[in-house]
Design a protein. Sequence first.
Length: 297
Amino acid sequence: MGAGQSTAQSQLPAQGLHVLRVTPSSPAAHANIEPFFDFVVGYEGDSLSNENGIDVSALEKIVESHEDRALNLLVWNSKSRQTRVVEIVPSRAWSQQYLTSVSTHPPKSPTSQPQPSLLGLSMRLCNPENATDNVWHVLDVIEGSPAESAGLVPMGDWILGWSGGVLSAENDFYDLVEAHIDKPLRVYVYSYDFDTLREVVLIPNRHWGGEGLLGCVFGFGLLHRIPPQPEDKVPGSIPPELQDEEDQYDTPELFVPADSGHSYPRHEDVHSNHSHSHDHEDHSSHHGHSHTASDLR
């Protein structure tokens, strides 16, 4: 099993399953499926998936019918913008050792025993073409700031999401920062140079010695999206934080609902008391779009 052969995809389906988390030791982990950047867009033998989008109900049945048998999934990667064939063997046996080790009380009945996932994936249904547009490019980091203490790297790092999931709009991230003043905020950061994902803990505060909450400048928009990686580069590593905990077996669904939404605490008057300024850089003369560089200093 593994990444399989990559082929160029001229037309993406309207919908795909966006991989958000991968469970350790699962079939998906052994197949090198990558969180955030990988999308399950079909399976071999499904001639309609590329045209109409993935049929989730049909995929669930195919996965169940291939328990302990090899299944070839079609997986599109947003970095390489290519689709590869991934051989995976759906199975429940991989999790039995963990369930035995963490179980301190026997189940009251056989039906009360949680059922593990066949693939070990947490996914959402969405449009693959635009699902990774909402990323925040680290442009500058001020010395002595919370951003520097957290290890953010100027120009090389992108913030993809947080421990509550993905973010759907530019201001969502800034609101999230303000809702975590003096509290740890766990975000997932992609390093283009090393092609790796890592968890970074930010602690926004007003007393670090400079202006604003993070001491960091972010770029958002068309000019600040993650550039494609070279075709011959293999997917990067997966941080433990993006690997599902096994105690989520009580969710038997193949995927989580699209844009299910994660709530986070907001301070009152968060919009009327911004601690960061917005410097707008209009590049519409070049691309027909405007882009924003936001200063959280």
